[in-house]
Design a protein around this ligand. Structure first.
Ligand code: LMR
Length: 392
């Protein structure tokens, strides 16, 4: 038997738990005040139009829907971005953000050969290690999280990145770092981008939570700084699972940036052979939903508004979590208000996480990562009382 997955395996345990009061703070899924995964109104409108049209379901091209890829590029780099005008970006629709990571990893491994190395933040999303190790990469760590301040170890990060061999691939979380919720600010990103350029490192950005911190444009700061930096090549994997609440539709994209239009064409040809050898071509439905929203000015505005409402609810839950724990006399959790996105590294120990599950049916990752987007006014009192109890 292979061991269960630390995140999705936990959901299996949660689903099998008969206790009615159970709460899943494990997996990164946003739920609304009613505890449901929302169907966004912008998405629903496109879906209803698709149902009316009832179009045939032929195969998509290997690299997916052209409209989806165009809209993805605009969302990543901004309307009229010079990098897009220059034709430097090759984008393909993928099976979720994970599919983008794996296709990107496989392609880079083909190019880099036996010397393929990837530097990952410590800590990072557990599946980053699995995907890149399985693709044949040697994995290295760079410092990122500072336990004492529950914040960023920026000096450690710069020192470790500065020691990497040129050509090393550096995995970066664009925003809403998973699992810590600790991000770089724009000035820090500018410093990191300069260092990456200086050292000849190859940035690979994972952007799974665009719009969950500030807004879609501001959360793409790292990607846009890279685009303007003159770095000759970098990669972006992005996901619409969270931002469109389309988890099971598996909607993501892979973008490889090259030096010019010719190189982008060659990169796209390699992306396509890599996808064809893996899952052949992506799925139609989710791609059409995302493209349909992003292509319509009206629906796009509605989506940004709905995304903002999800973001605001998460911010409100962070604040309520901190305030309620303070009122219960628990140790200070104020740092949770400074973290961004769906997750927080709560500082809870494995033993405390075990107690939350065993005594209270509250599921969190053994690292102490909690999904604050799963809190709502219906469960927050129960959760904070349980957290206070295990902190005693
Ligand atoms: C998470 O970190 O919980 C999400 O990205 C879902 C997953 O696939 O692990």
């Amino acid at each position: 038997m292979a061991p269960g997955d630390p995140i999705l395996g936990l959901t299996e345990k949660y689903l099998a738990d008969p206790r009615r009061e159970k709460v899943n703070l494990g997996v990164g899924i946003y739920v609304d005040e009613q505890g449901k995964v929302p169907v966004l109104d912008a998405v629903r409108q496109v879906e209803q139009a698709l149902a009316r049209d009832n179009l045939p379901r032929s195969y998509l091209p290997i690299d997916g829907l052209p409209a989806y890829n165009r809209a993805t590029q605009t969302l990543l780099f901004g309307e009229g971005a010079p990098i897009l005008e220059a034709g430097r970006v090759a984008t393909a629709q993928t099976i979720g953000g994970s599919g983008a990571l794996r296709v990107g990893a496989d392609l880079l491994k083909q190019v880099l050969g036996a010397n393929a190395k990837l530097a990952i933040s410590n800590p990072s999303w557990g599946n980053h290690h699995v995907v890149f190790r399985t693709a044949g990469f040697q994995l290295l760590d760079y410092r990122y999280y500072d336990d004492a301040s529950h914040g960023l170890d920026f000096a450690g990060m710069l020192a470790d990145l500065g020691k990497l061999e040129p050509g090393t691939v550096v995995l970066l979380h664009a925003c809403c770092h998973n699992p810590t919720g600790v991000d770089l600010d724009a000035a820090q990103w500018a410093q990191v981008v300069a260092l990456l350029k200086d050292r000849g490192l190859l940035p690979f950005v994972d952007m799974a939570y665009q719009g969950f911190d500030k807004n879609a444009a501001a959360d793409a700061t790292a990607v846009r700084l890279l685009a303007d930096s003159g770095i000759p090549a970098f990669v972006v994997a992005n996901s619409y699972s969270k931002s469109f609440s389309l988890y099971g539709e598996r909607v993501g994209a892979l973008s490889f940036v090259g030096t010019d239009r010719d190189e982008a064409a060659r990169l796209l040809s390699r992306i396509k052979t890599t996808i064809r050898a893996n899952y052949s071509s992506p799925a139609t439905h989710g791609g059409k939903l995302v493209a349909g929203v992003l292509e319509s000015a009206e629906l796009r505005a509605l989506w940004e508004q709905e995304l903002g409402a999800m973001r605001d609810r998460i911010h409100a839950m962070r604040a309520a979590f901190v305030d309620k724990l303070a009122a219960l006399g628990a140790p200070d959790f104020g740092f949770i208000n400074k973290q961004a996105g769906m997750f927080s590294y709560s500082g809870l120990s494995k033993a405390q996480v075990d107690r939350l599950r065993d005594e209270f049916a509250i599921y969190a990752l053994s690292s102490g990562r909690i999904c604050v987007a799963a809190l709502n006014t219906g469960n927050i009192d129960y959760v904070t009382k349980a957290v206070a109890a295990v902190c005693r």
